[in-house]
Design a protein around this ligand. Structure first.
Ligand SMILES: C[S@@+](CC[C@H](N)C(=O)[O-])C[C@H]1O[C@@H](n2cnc3c(N)ncnc32)[C@H](O)[C@@H]1O
Length: 202
């Protein structure tokens, strides 16, 4: 089994359990800044859809992308239960190319992608944003390594790494915070997070 197939199987297993792995409440950083997003929004590594559904409830047109078939099925179910529509796309972000110039926002919450995937994907995300479009990203940072969460340090970017990786965008906010994050019902431990808001010039 390839690394990617093994990761997909892992997430499918997690999402096959009853309930929602990250709950159904949207990510708090996203809630705080969702007003910056307009029109069509691409939600990367969106899993069971808590953030996509929240954005659809705000009247945004959301495409949720993930490589977990089980997660996306639950995302569609959550949307139906809430009476909103989202679109889903089953894809590995390692070789995903979103439509250029289409999105007023891109959201990446706790995506934890390895650097080889980010190197290929990030320029495509910059191209997919409309001029003025906004990227909202929150992730465990390198300071979380060894404290629980993703075991591979390559998936935990520092603020400096994010600044370099998103050089094609204007940084609006880039900060490291300690908070209970990547919301897990019943897990209140503080995590070392990095938060980024960046805008496409133009
Ligand atoms: C920690 S969960 C976060 C889910 C969601 N963003 C949230 O905040 O509830 C990470 C998600 O990334 C997805 N993922 C990881 N690597 C991926 C890849 N290469 N392509 C697509 N999805 C991926 C997993 O399936 C999982 O749904």
């Amino acid at each position: 089994m390839s690394d990617s197939a093994a990761e997909t199987a892992l997430w499918d297993q997690r999402y096959a359990r009853p309930g929602y792995f990250h709950g159904t409440e949207p990510n708090a950083f996203l809630v705080e800044h969702a007003g910056l997003l307009t029109g069509s929004v691409l939600a990367l590594a969106e899993g069971e859809g808590r953030n996509a559904v929240f954005l659809a409830e705000r009247g945004l047109h959301v495409l949720a992308v993930d490589f977990s078939r089980v997660g996306l099925a639950k995302a569609r179910r959550l949307a139906a239960e809430r009476g909103v529509r989202i679109r889903t796309r089953l894809a590995d972000l390692a070789d995903y190319t979103p439509a250029p110039g289409r999105y007023g926002g891109v959201v990446a919450i706790c995506a934890h992608l390895p650097s080889r995937v980010r190197q290929r994907l990030n320029p495509r995300i910059v191209r997919a944003l409309r001029p003025g479009g906004v990227l909202l990203l929150e992730s465990y940072s390198d300071k979380q390594f060894g404290r629980g969460g993703p075991p591979d340090p390559d998936t935990l970017p520092s603020a400096a790494a994010l600044r370099a990786e998103w050089a094609g965008l204007e940084i609006v906010l880039l900060r490291e915070v300690e908070r209970a994050a990547c919301e897990r019902p019943g897990h209140a431990a503080l995590g070392a997070m990095v938060q980024l808001i960046a805008r496409k010039p133009g």
